[in-house]
Every structure is written in C-alpha cells, then in structure tokens.
Design a protein around this ligand. Structure first.
Ligand code: ADP
Ligand code: NA
Length: 330
C-alpha cells in the first residue's frame, strides 16, 4: 500500500514567500503530505543561477524552511530538506545533461525570458541547464507526481522526456512523473497590475503581499489595489480582474466560497471588501509569522531538522544514483 510519491521544490530567492507562492504552490504541499509520500526541497542550487550573496542565500534557505514548517509541513509526515545537502542532485544532473540535446535545452522558454532580461551574453550556463537540474530533482526520488503551475509545465515535460529517453537507452530506471494538477489552483495576480501574476521578479513592492509582511502594510497594499471603476462586487476575471483576484485571495484564506462572498458583499462597495480582506490576511499570517519567528530563533534546531531531512532524502537518492551509475557504465 505504498502511497504515490510527490516531489516539489521552491527557491530561496526572497526573504518571504508571497501569497502567490503560498496559494499557488505551498498550500497544496501541506495538503499532499498525508495522501502522498512527499519530498519537499528548498532548491538552493537553483538559486545561484543568476548571481547571489552567500550570506543572504544561507539565511534565505533557513527562512524558506522556517516558513514551510510554519505553514504546516511536518517533518514527521514529509521529507523536507535543502538541495545542496544531497549531492546526488548535481551528480544525476550531469548524467541527464549528457542525454539532453543542446537544441532541446535552447527551446526552454523560461531561459529565453530570463536570459533576455539579463542580456543573453551574461546569462550563466547554470541558468541554461536549470531545467536539467530540475529533472534530476524529480527523477532522483522516482516521483509519480509533481505539482506544477502553468509556468512549470514545459520543464516537467523535459523531465518526462529525459526519464523516457534514459529508460530506453539504458534500461528501465526512472518513474516517468506526471503533472499533479490541483483543481482550484489559485492564480494570484499583481495588486497593481491585475492582469499580470504576482511575482517577486516582476511585481512592484505594492503589487505583492508577502507572508512575512507587517499586516498593517499588507492591509494598506490591499486598500490601494487596482480595481475597475465599477462598484459591484462580482467575480469576473475578464472584466474585473482586480476584484476577482481579491475575492480569490479572500476565499482561499477564509475558506468561504466565492459565491458566499459575492452574496455577503452585495450592495456594499469595494472599500468594505478591501478593508475586510486586510483583516483576513492579518488573521491568517499572524500565527504563521509567529511560528516562523520561533523556528528562526533556534537556528541550531532548524539546521538539525534539515540535516535529518537530507539524510532521509539521501536514502532514496543514493539508491537511484547507484542504479544510474551502474546502467551508464560507471
Ligand atoms: P516568482 O514568480 O515570485 O518568482 P517562483 O517562480 O519562485 O515565484 O514560484 C514558486 C512557486 O509558486 C511555483 O510553484 C509557482 O507556480 C508558484 N507561484 C508563483 N507565483 C504565483 C502566483 N502569482 N499565483 C499562483 N502561483 C504562483
Ligand atoms: Na516563476
């Protein structure tokens, strides 16, 4: 009665997760802990592909882990670890890189977008091979399922192709991972530009609500959120993307349905909705912030927990890499 295995990773590239990261990804990780054998990874090796400060990175890896614990990941029910502590990720990535075509890697749209932003000549080889490391992350654990947002679909497709190609070339070795599509995956948009996604790399500070933001500051951002000039609170992502986004966040954080909220705000204006959502956010992030702080207050304990997670992860990683090395003739 083995539970299906799930793998997911998140980069420690900011001091706080934002509501998009939480509602679009991490919230589902928490839910999958019991139905799946879940491996969750703070992917610090992915976080050095575009330049970084070592001290900041180390602190952000701890911050990411502390927040993941604070939102409900339980090391007794999942395997939570930091990528660089499991050397098999990089070792497998090398092997996978050797069966990836240059043209194939060149077609990854995220690299095209990100390298264009940096100026193509300056983009690192690490940024280019990032999806190969990501494939190694997933295949190392023989994951059956990978929760993915729309932005990661192409990378998962590459992971599937590489698994199938390796199996064909060298004999059945890898489980071919399937996308785990969460039904009501909330796409959270930028508060200042409700047609764009809330993103640490492209949103202005006013467009983002961070989990670790001071709730008064978040409430102010929500009050200033761009909406349309109407006054009726209805859910219509096409014509009222700003209001639809606020309703999505409200519903996800409060557990109330969108219909229920629309009925409750019937005849009241956007101002009431925004004010109440500020309070919903405050009540939601309060306990998360407190638990995050308490994990960070004991870095030795936090590091110990992550070392234990890496040991647990390595039990699987070492076994997979052993088979891979054997198959390729090492
Ligand atoms: P960012 O876009 O801020 O750089 P990442 O790319 O690090 O965020 O995303 C981490 C995870 O959070 C991914 O699984 C991604 O799909 C999810 N995610 C990021 N932004 C959003 C958003 N605005 N809405 C829903 N999910 C999101
Ligand atoms: Na992204």
């Amino acid at each position: 009665t083995a539970r299906p295995r799930v793998f997911s990773g998140i980069q420690p590239t900011a001091d706080s997760f934002h509501l998009g990261n939480y509602l679009g990804a991490v919230r589902h990780w928490v839910a999958l802990q019991d139905s799946h054998d879940a491996f969750y990874c703070v992917v610090d090796q992915h976080a050095i592909t575009a330049g970084h400060d070592p001290k900041v990175l180390r602190q952000r890896s701890r911050l990411a882990a502390a927040q993941l614990l604070a939102v409900g990941l339980d090391p007794e029910r999942c395997t939570l670890f930091v990528q660089s502590q499991v050397p098999e990720h990089a070792q497998l990535a090398w092997v996978l890189g050797c069966i990836t075509g240059f043209g194939e890697a060149s077609r990854m749209t995220q690299f095209k977008d990100k390298s264009a932003r940096q100026g193509n000549e300056r983009a690192s080889i690490g940024l280019f091979t990032y999806p190969i490391l990501q494939a190694a992350d997933i295949l190392l654990y023989q994951a059956n399922a990978v929760p993915v947002g729309e932005d990661q679909r192409q990378h998962l497709e590459l992971s599937r192709d590489l698994a199938q190609r390796f199996n064909k070339l060298f004999g059945r070795t890898f489980t071919v991972p399937a996308p785990h599509i969460v039904k009501d995956t909330a796409k959270i948009t930028d508060l200042q530009d409700p047609t764009a996604k809330m993103s640490k790399s492209s949103s202005s500070p006013g467009g983002i609500v961070d989990l670790l933001d001071d709730p008064a500051r978040s409430a102010k951002k929500i009050r200033s959120a761009v909406t349309d000039t109407g006054r009726e609170v209805v859910f219509d992502a096409e014509t009222k993307p700003g209001i639809a986004n606020l309703l999505t966040i409200y519903s996800a954080l409060s557990g109330r349905s969108i219909d229920d909220l629309v009925a409750a705000y019937d005849g009241r204006g956007y101002g009431d909705l925004k004010k109440d959502l500020g309070e919903v956010v405050r009540d939601f992030v309060g306990p998360i912030q407190e638990r995050t702080r308490s994990h960070l207050a004991d870095p030795a304990q936090l590091d110990k927990l992550l070392v234990a997670g890496a040991e647990k992860a390595r039990q699987v990683a070492v076994e997979t890499l052993g088979v891979v090395y054997d198959r390729v003739g090492f």
